[in-house]
Design a protein around this ligand. Structure first.
Ligand code: GH3
Ligand code: MG
Ligand code: MG
Length: 479
């Protein structure tokens, strides 16, 4: 059987081969043991782990060996694996909730009682592995798109929605969460939960049995509705102690599950743990979004890049083939740019590129698209524009560039040459670009600083006649 994941088990030196290790293996996990924080640090630096499970106080290298509490040893592990954002699950046997709350406040993501059954333990581990893998997935997406991956932890006040029909519990919990500087929105049934959730909370705490339905159905419904978007981390609280209830809760998308009566301090600590997750998740999502935006822009000119243009044009051609209005396309190329670089240096060349780009972007009409096609070539897409109108527009662009003052270049420099092609029924993307490109070369050959239309093949179905269309057209030489 393939392993369900790799657990780094942090245990005391005497307990290397603990019963808990066997239990985790029995649940299908690969287990590696560490007996000190330095062993943990060493392992995560060189190897992959899905989850850290901490059973022990008094780790081998504790400052006050023998006297360290579980929360203190978790705090030390958290400080060391913090950068890797590894989830930590504490396992222990304390009867009082305050020790559990302290362990979670110190950095554990969950606290599981040793006495719990294998179904509960298995589902809690699975939930942590799932969160870990979602975190890694978002991180690799950010890295792939070239963004900087965030680190650090977030545990300050968040927005919490509490859905519970017990007014006293709502009151106690609200007071406790507000003491941690959270903003708390309460709902007494599913109907009011629907509107509370619109606040896009970080954490959702929901009761299972509500007057107008099941809290679990609500969690499932919210998760479905937000598929792909931000989902509040969810803690299910219920009077139902049966493990059947836990199974449903964790299976249908809750991140944590508690049985009433719940200690408000322990729940507040669990809210902190979920809030850290939620915040990290939001930051990563925002980064994926901005990296995606960056991926469509050219860094030097801030114009859309070639990649964006290719996608946009392919979509436009499909739409046009489906009957939407056509478009014209202009290739615009800076004249003798190589000699500008040679004479004034590459840095000035870059500045000239940026100035020309800004000029083109501000001189087109709204709805037109300007992209950097490559090097010193730009492409302008003019939607719902026929060849004659496009030639007028692009001639205006050419004249605007000629009027630019671009010191240390002398007045009148730089200039651009352009070729304009109207999309023809039946043509694909490459055909349209090729025709515009040929017109640029014709413009270069006939003296530069000018705009020429693409030649029209005589036999093109639905094509234009070959008569002169503008004064500019007459300039085309006969090569
Ligand atoms: P033509 O009028 O025929 O277009 O001549 P040209 O010199 O503009 O054309 P060519 O294609 O021979 O040279 C383009 C030059 O543009 C060469 C390349 O070094 C330069 N270039 C391309 N990208 C950049 C850039 O990002 N920054 C700078 N400074 N130069 C670039
Ligand atoms: Mg050029
Ligand atoms: Mg060129």
């Amino acid at each position: 059987m393939a392993s369900k994941g790799r657990i780094l088990l942090v245990t005391s030196a005497s307990g290397r081969a603990t019963a808990i290790g066997d239990r985790l293996r029995g649940l299908g996990y690969e287990v590696v043991a560490a007996v000190s924080v330095s062993e943990v640090a060493d392992f995560v630096r060189h190897h992959y782990a899905d989850v850290v499970v901490s059973t022990a106080s008094a780790l081998g290298d504790g400052a006050s060996a023998g006297a360290e509490t579980h929360a203190q040893s978790i705090g030390r592990v958290r400080a060391d694996v913090g950068a890797q954002r590894l989830p930590i699950v504490a396992i222990g046997a304390p009867a009082d909730a305050s020790a559990r709350a302290a362990a979670i406040a110190a950095g554990a993501d969950d606290y599981v009682l040793e006495s719990t059954d294998d179904v509960d333990l298995g589902l809690r581990l699975r939930s942590q592995v799932r969160l870990r893998q979602m975190d890694l997935e978002l991180r690799s997406r950010v890295a792939l798109l070239g963004g900087a991956v965030p680190s650090g932890s977030f545990a300050t006040g968040g927005t919490i929605v509490v859905v519970d029909d017990d007014p006293l519990w709502r009151h106690v919990l609200t007071r406790r969460l507000e003491a941690d500087a959270h903003t708390v929105l309460v709902a007494e049934d599913l109907a009011s939960a629907e509107s509370a959730i619109l606040a896009d909370p970080d954490v959702l705490i929901v009761d299972v049995m509500l007057p107008d339905g099941s809290g679990l159905d609500f969690v499932r419904h919210v998760r479905q509705e937000r598929r792909g978007g931000h989902m509040p981390n969810t803690i299910v609280v219920s009077a139902l102690g049966v493990s059947e209830g836990k199974l449903d809760a964790l299976r249908f998308g809750a991140d944590d599950y508690l049985v009433k009566p719940v200690d408000a301090d322990e729940l507040a600590a669990r809210v902190q743990a979920q809030l850290r997750r939620s915040r990290a998740n939001r930051v990563l999502r925002a980064q994926v979004e901005s990296a995606r935006r960056d991926a469509t822009r050219d860094a030097l000119t801030r114009l859309y890049n070639r990649r964006f243009f290719d996608d946009d044009l392919a979509r436009r051609v499909r739409q046009t083939q489906a009957g939407e209005p056509g478009f014209s396309l202009a290739m615009v190329d800076i004249d003798r740019f190589k000699s500008i670089n040679d004479e004034y240096g590459h840095a000035i060349g870059d500045e000239v590129l940026a100035v020309v780009a800004a000029c083109l972007a501000s001189a087109v009409r709204e709805g037109d698209l300007v992209c950097r096609y490559g090097g010193e070539e730009f492409v302008v897409v003019l939607p719902a524009t026929g060849l004659d109108d496009a030639l007028v527009c692009v001639e205006r662009l050419r004249a605007s560039v000629e009027r630019l003052t671009c010191p240390p270049l002398p007045p009148g420099l730089p200039t651009v040459s352009a070729g304009v092609a109207e999309w023809r029924a039946g043509d694909g993307v490459t055909e349209t670009i090729r025709r515009a490109d040929e017109a640029v070369y014709a413009a270069k050959r006939s003296g530069r600083n000018r705009v020429l239309p693409a030649r029209v093949a005589r036999a093109a179905p639905g094509g234009h006649d070959d008569g002169p269309r503008s004064a500019l057209r007459a300039e085309e030489d006969g090569e």
